[in-house]
Write a protein that binds this ligand. Structure first.
Ligand SMILES: [Zn+2]
Length: 416
């Protein structure tokens, strides 16, 4: 594709009616019904992957007292100015007008990350070594105070949906967990045809925990990368203060590079929140915490996909999977029957019953980037078939409805 033909996700989002942003909520996208289908399919996919890998899904509050972030260290390290802080008081604390007491400071925050709250889930009750590794997933909605000049479509947003997870594990379990996460990441990238590269960031000058723990953890991360035969580069001293990490950079089909997934070890937060488990001998021990995200952010990931596919999503993600195009009004009734049958099998089928010429209907379905088109005329009516053609022009010939369902289902299941 000529670079000048490439549209950005904001333009495609408008044209295909997927999403948009409005000045009424800068940096927070509005999802239209078709965009929401893509969002939900990705959610479904990530849930499938995480459930198979033994994660448990959770949900934590969006609005939380900011003392949590003071305890976690985010208040200082991430910066309170990067969060949305609100003065919210219980009724008895408010003044007679129902407003905040005079001279009070914001005491609540819209969470900018899920991590500290996942420790509250962990500490809900005493934990035993038998429960570890405990893998808690959350598709959480976060808010980050991006400057208004810096928000950009879905790429840089103030309201972020993250496919987050936190794993609480013993030191001995780190390697297996990292190995499994890398495995999940690769499965995921291969599905989208991304080329990927891993970067291992090691201990910085300022760090939490002991050198011994860091050395062992860095070795575990590196061994997992080597065992998976992954190409990686080292970023010495570039780890977060709380633990070493692996960042993943991908290249999309347009050759652009993005940082997507991340997996980070954390020696600090278990300490800050005094997390414990009871080991085999009845002794209280501190678990290690692993943060990981595959998409990073749904918003950014959908922006990348929208641009990579230029709106021509594969059938499993396509908001409309097949457009049925009756040639004349006489064919509408049969087309409606086919449409109903397809929809009953769960296929997202739509029918174009406008009194337009077939060429116009085909053109419009192509503009909407619908992956399958089903043309219905006299011949199809007589033989109870549909003439199927693909978005790229390939002609699959006449298919019975059952064969069409199989063909569509095969593409959807394989996610191609
Ligand atoms: Zn985290």
């Amino acid at each position: 594709m000529d670079k000048t033909d490439i549209k950005d996700h904001k333009q495609i989002g408008q044209e295909l009616e997927l999403f948009f942003t409005d000045d009424i909520a800068p940096g927070s996208p509005f999802w239209l019904p078709k965009g929401m289908i893509i969002f939900k399919e990705l959610e479904k996919y990530i849930r499938e992957l995480t459930e198979k890998a033994g994660y448990l899904e959770t949900s934590t509050p969006i609005m939380v007292k900011n003392e949590l972030f003071k305890q976690s260290g985010h208040w200082e390290k991430f910066g309170e100015h990067n969060m949305y802080n609100l003065p919210i008081y219980d009724e008895e604390e408010t003044n007679e007008m129902g407003g905040s007491p005079v001279g009070t400071l914001p005491n609540y925050t819209l969470k900018p990350m899920n991590c500290p709250e996942s420790t509250i889930l962990y500490s809900f009750r005493p934990r035993s070594y038998r429960e570890l590794p405990l893998r808690l997933a959350e598709i959480g909605r976060l808010h980050r105070r991006e400057k208004s000049g810096e928000v950009n479509g879905l790429l840089r947003v103030r309201q972020i949906t993250m496919d987050d997870a936190h794993i609480f594990a013993t030191d001995e379990q780190i390697f297996d967990e990292i190995y499994a996460i890398l495995d999940m990441m690769m499965k995921f990238y291969d599905k989208f045809g991304f080329k990927y590269e891993f970067r291992l960031a090691t201990r910085p000058e300022q760090f939490a925990g002991t050198v011994e723990n860091w050395n062992k953890a860095e070795k575990d991360l590196e061994k997992a990368l080597k065992d998976k035969k992954l190409k990686y580069s080292l970023k010495p001293q570039d780890g977060a203060f709380y633990g070493p990490k692996i960042d993943v950079h991908i290249k999309d089909s347009l050759g652009r590079e993005w940082q997507l997934s991340t997996v980070q070890l954390d020696f600090h937060m278990p300490e800050a929140f005094k997390l414990e488990y009871i080991d085999k001998n009845g002794q209280a021990k501190r678990p290690v915490m692993i943060h990981r995200a595959i998409f990073g952010s749904f918003e950014r990931f959908i922006a990348i996909l929208t641009e990579q596919y230029q709106g021509g999503f594969p059938a499993w993600l396509a908001p409309v999977q097949i457009a049925l195009l009756p040639i004349t009004d006489n064919h509408n009734k049969f087309a409606e029957k086919v449409n109903k049958e397809l929809r009953e099998t769960g296929i997202r089928s739509e029918i174009d019953t406008r009194s337009e010429r077939l060429q116009a209907k085909i053109r419009d379905a192509a503009l909407q980037k619908v992956p399958f088109m089903g043309i219905i005329g006299d011949k199809e009516l007589e033989t109870s078939t549909v003439s199927v053609r693909l978005r790229d022009g390939e002609d699959l010939g006449s298919l019975k409805v059952s064969a069409l369902v199989n063909k569509l289902q095969e593409n959807i299941d394989k996610k191609i």
